[in-house]
Design a protein around this ligand. Structure first.
Ligand SMILES: O=C(O)[C@H](O)COP(=O)(O)O
Length: 230
C-alpha cells in the first residue's frame, strides 16, 4: 500500500577519517556525494515516487536527501528537517578516532559503546565546549532534553514521537515517504519497524548511501524489505 525508504547519508568526512561523529555537523566526502547521487539514480530506476521527505538537521543527511531527490526529479516534495532524526549523540567520544579509542580502551569496550542497545557513551555536560546546548539549531529545544550522549535506546525514544505523530499517519494514509538520516537513528527506527530484539539489533548495520525500501500493508505491517544496489 505505502512505501518507506530509509537511506543513511553518503560517506562523510569523518567516516573517511574514522572518527566518532554523532551530532558534529561534518559534510559529505567526495565519495559520499557520489554515493548519494548513485542512490538517487537507483531510486529513479526503481520508479519510486515520494509524497514526503524527512531528514535530520545535519548537513550530511540533508545533502544526501537533496541529491537523491534531484537525481530522481522530485526535489520539489515537502520535507521536514528535525533533530529527532539526528545521529545518536556520541558524547565525549565525538571527534575521537575509532581505532585509537579501541587501542586505548580495548576493542570490546568500543564495540559496546558502538553497538550495545543500552550502554551510554561518556557524557558531555552542558558547559563543555562541544555541547549542543549552545548550537543555534537547537535553540527551540528545552535545554534539559538536549543530550550530552545517547545509547540506541534513548535514540529510539526520541525518534518515536516523530514516527507516531508524523510518519506513521502519512504511511497509513497511503503516502510514500523517504527518510534520509544516520546509521544509528535508522538502526533505531528499523528496530521498531522490524521488531528486532535488543540483542539482535547489535548486528544490524546500515551502509552509507544504500536505499532500503519497506512495503507496508494498510495496517502498517511490513510486507517486504528490499535494498537497492547496483
Ligand atoms: O556517528 C558516527 O560516528 C557514525 O556515523 C556512526 O558510527 P558507528 O558505526 O560507530 O555507530
Amino acid at each position: 500500500m505505502s512505501k518507506l525508504v530509509l537511506i543513511r547519508h553518503g560517506q562523510s568526512q569523518w567516516n573517511l577519517a574514522n572518527k566518532f561523529t554523532g551530532w558534529v555537523d561534518v559534510d559529505l566526502s567526495d565519495k559520499g556525494v557520489e554515493e548519494a547521487k548513485e542512490a538517487g539514480k537507483l531510486v529513479e530506476k526503481a520508479g519510486l515516487k515520494f509524497d514526503y521527505a524527512f531528514t535530520s538537521v545535519l548537513t550530511r543527511a540533508i545533502k544526501t536527501l537533496h541529491y537523491v531527490l534531484e537525481e530522481s526529479d522530485q526535489l520539489w516534495i515537502p520535507e521536514t528537517k528535525t533533530w529527532r532524526l539526528n545521529e545518536r549523540h556520541y558524547g565525549r567520544l565525538q571527534g575521537l578516532n575509532k581505532k585509537e579509542t579501541a587501542e586505548k580502551y580495548g576493542d570490546e569496550q568500543v564495540h559496546i559503546w558502538r553497538r550495545s542497545y543500552d550502554t551510554l557513551p561518556p557524557l558531555l555536560s552542558a558547559d563543555d565546549e562541544g555541547s549542543a546546548v549552545n548550537d543555534r539549531r537547537y535553540a527551540d529545544l528545552d535545554p534539559n532534553i538536549v543530550p550530552g550522549g545517547e545509547n540506541l535506546k534513548v535514540t529510539l525514544e526520541r525518534v518515536m514521537p516523530l514516527w507516531e505523530d508524523e510518519i506513521a499517519p502519512k504511511l497509513l494514509d497511503g503516502k510514500n515517504v523517504i527518510i534520509a538520516a544516520h546509521g544509528n537513528s535508522l538502526r533505531a527506527l528499523s528496530k521498531y519497524i522490524e521488531r528486532i530484539s535488543d540483542d539482535d539489533i547489535m548486528d544490524l548495520e546500515m551502509k552509507t548511501g544504500e536505499p532500503v525500501v519497506y512495503d507496508f500493508n494498510d495496517k502498517l505491517e511490513v510486507q517486504s524489505k528490499t535494498k537497492l544496489d547496483k
